[in-house]
Design a protein around this ligand. Sequence first.
Ligand SMILES: Nc1ncnc2c1ncn2[C@@H]1O[C@H](COP(=O)(O)OP(=O)(O)O)[C@@H](O)[C@H]1O
Ligand SMILES: [Mg+2]
Length: 292
Amino acid sequence: MSAILTARELRKRYRGVTAVDGLNLDIEEGSCLGLLGPNGAGKSTTIEMLEGLLQPSSGEIRFRGRPLDQHYRERVGIQFQNTALQDFLTVRENLQFFAALYKRRRSLDELIAGCHLEEYLDRDHRRLSGGQRQRMLLAIALINDPDLVFLDEPTTGLDPQARRNFWELVQDVRRRGKTVLLTTHYMDEAYELSDDIAIMDRGRIVARGSPQQLLSEHFSDSVLELPAAEIKGREQELSAVTRGDAAEILSADVNKTVQKLLAAGVSLAQLKIRPRTLEDLFISLTGRELRA
Ligand SMILES: Nc1ncnc2c1ncn2[C@@H]1O[C@H](COP(=O)(O)OP(=O)(O)O)[C@@H](O)[C@H]1O
Ligand SMILES: [Mg+2]
């Protein structure tokens, strides 16, 4: 496998804030890399530098071995936020406006069908629902048939059904052999869409690998979950951590832990056992929770 994009020692400093702090990243051709982190981790700053839109304070970015140039602009697709759009334009006019910027182009009819935009073509883009708007912005990102597609928190604020619909479209993009870089603060989204995950915190990558790799490298143990009321007052004795209504116990030996709970007279009627998740991994790496 070869890297489509590489970043070396990438830094971005704003007055008093280091948003990105010495980032090294290789993105494989044809992969979907999920850049995962909480608000303020530096995801947008990173993606904007990789897109070629924001000048790094220092460091180097290469696309297929070459510095970012005009050729790069033709080969990448960027899902912009609303601010890049003209007022009073319909969905169709927006697509035409962006299509005119590129020499290489996908057929608009194909994109409109692929992103399910037929019904909204003549609507002012400001009157779209959140999910419809994201689909239009994705169609715009795909207009030049890019090799590398950037999606910055594409489903933040969407309802669960609209998020799932959007994931389907991203899977279609992947099936066309495109490379995708996605930022998100949703664990389930990174898990569903990415075959490669970089966890980011305070401007740095703190872990990298496939979802399964990350989990198996960092954890071999399971989580036992009980209603917090069952454990109340005995958290320390039973090595339990309370999160809302649930008490969680980490265990490398489930049989032994269950015996200990039984011996302590804890009812196991509502016991749940699960492997540790990416959410647990994030908390253990950074000491912080991902805010959804
Ligand atoms: N234009 C800017 N000027 C000053 N500080 C900024 C600017 N953009 C981002 N930052 C700061 O850089 C850090 C990373 O921000 P950002 O890349 O937007 O994170 P994320 O996308 O992960 O939420 C934050 O502390 C943010 O306040
Ligand atoms: Mg952001």
